[in-house]
Design a protein around this ligand. Structure first.
Ligand code: CAA
Length: 259
């Protein structure tokens, strides 16, 4: 891919890396950028050689939010009829393979929301998270008001969304928004290492686990536990279960084939 592309893709073994690439606009999430991100995600999702994906930005910004210059004059009917956000922002939610957000610098508004749509977030020590839509006279539009309370509880979510203030990496980790904070210059490296660790496991198990953890947010506990139990029972029909457990007993490294 050339440097003009809105996203740059690389593969690292079984990991697909996607870099958002509008550096001059701090990766502001324009419609064409979200189309390109969706295509890259779906490409990796279809690729049988890829098991895990990582989305990142650059040192200064993961993404500074939806593109304000392009939204400024938008009318209600253009937003509603054009299905703004819903049309092309949520492809990451269609991925059955795990997706990791690797955040350096700003993850603001839609940038924070995109990171929260991913399955987990790893960030650098200088990362900054915010839902600053209130400063623009609007509420969050890509899940910020719904995913911040689930990630960090109501009080912190209200604090972030109603003040628009920035949360630093340490507070984000304490609050449960991010899984790991790493040195600022090691974010992509650490995210790729995390992704590679996952990618060595059974793709079937990875996708099952992702689906089950996501169900925890959608179902009552008893239903979620039943789904988990049925998935656990079903796993005994896979070759990967036999391989994983045989390898443990035989004291060797398992080779998973996704079957
Ligand atoms: N949209 C469009 N352009 C943006 C942008 C955005 N969200 N964020 C930054 N840019 C552009 C700036 O306009 C600027 O462009 P020019 O060089 O052409 O002037 C360039 O990126 C660099 O930005 P700054 O000069 O502002 O850089 P800074 O270091 O002084 O400040 C910042 C960085 C604090 C992130 C500041 O750019 C900022 O506050 N950006 C807006 C953040 C924001 O409000 N995001 C939420 C958007 S609304 C949303 O996302 C809705 C939703 O829920 C889907």
């Amino acid at each position: 891919m050339n440097d003009e592309a809105l996203v740059l893709t690389e593969t690292h073994g079984k990991v697909g890396l996607i870099r958002l690439n509008r550096p001059k606009q701090l990766n502001a999430l324009s419609d064409p950028l979200m189309d390109a991100l969706g295509e890259a995600l779906m490409g990796f999702e279809r690729d049988p050689n890829i098991s895990v994906m990582v989305i990142t930005g650059n040192e200064k910004a993961f993404a500074a939010g939806a593109d304000i210059t392009r939204m400024k004059d938008l009318t209600y009917s253009e937003a509603f009829n054009g299905n703004f956000i819903s049309r092309n922002w949520e492809k990451v939610l269609k991925c059955r393979k795990p997706v990791i957000a690797a955040v350096s610098g700003y993850a603001l508004g839609g940038g924070c929301e995109l990171a929260m749509m991913c399955d987990t977030i790893i960030c650098g020590e200088t990362a900054k998270f915010a839902q600053p839509e209130v400063k623009l006279g609007i509420p969050p539009g890509a899940g910020g008001s719904q995913r911040t309370p689930r990630a960090m509880g109501k009080a912190k979510a209200m604090d972030l969304c109603l003040t628009g203030r920035m949360m630093d990496a340490q507070e984000a980790e304490r609050s449960g928004l991010v899984a790991r904070v790493v040195p600022a210059d090691k974010v992509v490296e650490e995210a790729l290492a995390m992704a590679s660790e996952m990618a060595n496991y059974s793709i079937t198990a990875l996708m099952q686990i992702k689906e089950l953890v996501n169900q925890a947010y959608e179902t009552p506990l008893a239903t979620g536990l039943l789904l988990e139990r049925r998935g656990f029972h079903a796993a005994f029909s896979t070759q990967d279960q036999k391989e994983g457990m045989s390898a443990f007993v035989e004291k060797r490294t398992p080779t998973f084939r996704g079957r």
